[in-house]
Design a protein around this ligand. Structure first.
Ligand code: CA
Length: 297
């Protein structure tokens, strides 16, 4: 299997990035990834003022998928996420939901042992390993890896995990897929501004769906499908608008499956959860989570 070292990474999704790997549809790739701060925080005493903020959210790649053309879809099936034995979390002044109230900064270095994050001697948290940044090159100007949008990016969605397939748009030839920013644990909201940020490795299979395929006809992107659910994801500076975008996308998917707009809206109202992914990035991200049995490809 082809493996991309973590040194081959980008700080912005861009049509101008040079691919580090060319693959055919259906190939599996191992992405080695830095943590979101590129390993700059070595322990809890690392001076916050000394951090280089130009080196954050690196995403490993980009990968050029042979034959991918504008309008096609890349499906990234996440087979395995492996994380390092220690990660970091932080919060502080001007960061996250509590940024106005916190006067200083705090870093917590958190060991990961036997499938649990050791938050404190008394608090062990179960891991929910996930990918924070995953995306393709946008059609227009470069988008920093810290920003989520229609191309994916820093969605910080805890359903981007093992067993999920993430569907992303092809906006430029080859798609130029990259991913990184693993979290060993994170809750919806990511209110403090980080998850349990950790280096690691992702094994994924990447498939190309052409623009005339049933999936491309039905899906609205970005989207996730796992064993039980289909999800639409949307990001916007205004959380209310992000909700409207994600719901409208799911309604459109259901309309393609012969539901009227009214029935689709009521079905989502009764059976589709609207969940917050994160509220701390430059755009906020939400997802609509609906049982996949209602969507037939
Ligand atoms: Ca993130």
């Amino acid at each position: 299997m082809k493996k991309i070292p973590k040194e081959q990474s980008i700080y912005a999704f861009s049509a101008e990035n040079t691919p580090v790997l060319h693959i055919d549809s259906g190939e599996r790739v191992i992405f080695e990834t830095h943590d979101a701060l590129e390993g700059q925080i070595v322990d809890e005493n690392t001076p916050f003022d000394g951090l280089d903020w130009s080196r954050v959210n690196p995403a490993t790649g980009p990968v050029y998928v042979n034959g991918a053309e504008i309008g096609d879809i890349l499906a990234v099936s996440i087979e395995k996420i492996e994380v390092a034995a220690r990660g970091i979390a932080l919060c502080g002044k001007e960061l996250g939901v509590m940024g106005e109230k916190l006067e200083n900064y705090a870093i917590k270095s958190i060991p990961i042992e036997s499938g649990a994050a050791i938050f404190s001697p008394k608090i062990k948290l179960p891991l929910n390993k996930m990918i924070g940044v995953i995306g393709t090159a946008p059609a227009g100007s470069p988008v920093p890896c810290g920003v989520p949008d229609l191309h994916g990016g820093n969605m910080d969605c805890k359903d981007v995990r093992e067993g999920a397939t993430v569907f992303l748009p092809v906006n430029v030839a080859g798609g130029l897929l990259a991913l990184g920013d693993l979290h060993a644990a994170m809750a919806d909201g990511e209110v403090g501004v980080t998850g349990l940020e950790v280096a690691g490795e992702v094994t994924a299979q990447i498939k190309l769906y052409k623009k005339d395929s049933p999936k491309a006809a039905i899906l609205r992107l970005p989207a996730i499908i796992n064993e039980e659910h289909i999800m639409t994801i949307a990001s916007h500076e205004d959380l209310d608008i992000a909700v409207e975008m994600a719901v409208a996308n799911m309604v459109q998917i259901l309309e393609k499956c012969k539901f009227s707009g009214y029935d689709a809206t009521m079905l989502i109202s009764l059976a589709g959860d609207v969940r917050i992914c994160q509220v701390v990035d430059p755009k906020k991200t939400v997802r609509v989570v609906l049982p996949r049995k209602f969507v037939k490809f």
